[in-house]
Write a protein that binds this ligand. Structure first.
Ligand code: ADP
Ligand SMILES: N[C@@H](CCOP(=O)(O)O)C(=O)O
Length: 305
């Protein structure tokens, strides 16, 4: 028997397009055991439409990663549950990819490092922001190309995230199709400066400044505005309620507010009142990333690795 737990994630945090992400306390969980044929059991309603055989996305990722190291996977029975809503900008696809990598790591005994898992996950996802956050936890910053992936992770304390999750899906691919081919040089400079200052502010604990920088994105939010009409209303509302900053979560449609711990409840209540059809959640920042444990026999001590 083995267990896999992977956190959700928010990407970009405003100006850090495709390079900054943060892990959140919503989880994809798998309980697995080896059997004669693949059998995937969905324990959450949202997962029921996915295949129950080895064409399931998580299994195809696991097989590909094992194959990369010249190994084959033994068939498993997997019971999967997830708190991460699909296509809402909370990294469900990255969490599924990371779950597949962790499955390969356990079932093919790969002993992968966090950097190796992040490299594989970023290749499948195409960018490292959600992928590395789900692997490493905390706030991550990453650079990724066909040849190389470099990611760093920093633990985050003392804040909460309030996620305003709309009642409609927005596929990342559709939201990326709204982006321009080119950016004016001056805009790119302002955008990258905002991302740099955001990171410096976070690392020095200056959350008010980090929040300011979240509003200075130049890479994506303007171009996605028509897909997320609720964003400006939320930005205006939460500032008055003591939030540090607000940004589109990943490709949207979720909007993420970073708030002091003691303001989270008020911000949540006022946003839920204003958007009764949306789901407004207070979320912890996850500083641990993906975890697994293997239960060799009934005497094995249960300890996440
Ligand atoms: N647990 C899962 N099993 C299989 N496929 C999944 C799973 N989670 C997500 N996906 C796939 O990822 C898609 C959502 O990815 P995407 O559009 O990138 O949005 P996001 O990653 O922000 O939730 C889903 O529609 C589904 O195809
Ligand atoms: N940087 C990507 C992040 C996509 O995140 P998701 O959770 O919406 O898949 C982007 O902004 O496109």
């Amino acid at each position: 028997m083995f267990y896999i737990r992977v956190p959700a994630s928010t990407a970009n945090l405003g100006p850090g397009f495709d390079s900054i992400g943060m892990a959140l306390g919503l989880y994809l969980d798998i309980q697995g055991q080896y059997t004669d044929e693949w059998n995937i059991i969905a324990l959450s309603k949202e997962l029921e439409s996915f295949p129950s055989d080895d064409s399931n996305y998580i299994v195809t990722i696991a097989k590909e990663v094992a194959g990369h190291y010249g190994k084959e996977l033994r068939p498993c029975r997997l019971e999967i549950s997830s708190e991460i809503p699909l296509a809402r900008g909370l990294g469900s696809s990255a969490s599924a990819i990371v779950a597949g990598i962790e499955l390969a790591n356990i079932a093919a005994d790969l002993n992968l490092s966090a950097q190796e898992k992040s490299r594989h996950a970023s290749i499948f996802e195409g960018h490292p922001d959600n992928a590395a956050a789900s692997v490493m936890g905390g706030l991550v910053v990453g650079w990724h190309s066909d040849d190389e992936t470099d990611v760093l992770s920093f633990p985050i304390e003392g804040i909460k995230a309030v996620a305003v999750i709309p009642d409609y899906e927005l596929r990342t691919e559709d939201s990326r199709n709204a982006l321009p081919e080119k950016l004016v040089f001056k805009d790119a400079i302002h955008g990258s400066a905002a991302a740099n200052v955001f990171l410096g502010a976070v690392l020095s604990g200056n959350w008010p400044l980090a929040g300011e920088m979240m509003n200075r994105d130049r890479f994506h939010q303007t171009y996605r505005a028509h897909l997320v009409p609720h964003l400006p209303r939320i930005e205006a509302m939460v500032k008055a309620n003591g939030a540090y900053g607000t940004a589109l979560s990943g490709a949207g449609p979720t909007v993420l507010c970073l708030v002091p711990e003691n303001a989270a409840c008020n911000v949540q209540k006022s946003l839920q009142n204003e958007f009764p059809d949306f789901d407004v959640k207070v979320l912890d920042i996850d500083n641990e990333g993906s975890k697994t444990f293997v239960l060799a026999d009934e005497h094995t001590k249960l300890e996440w690795r």
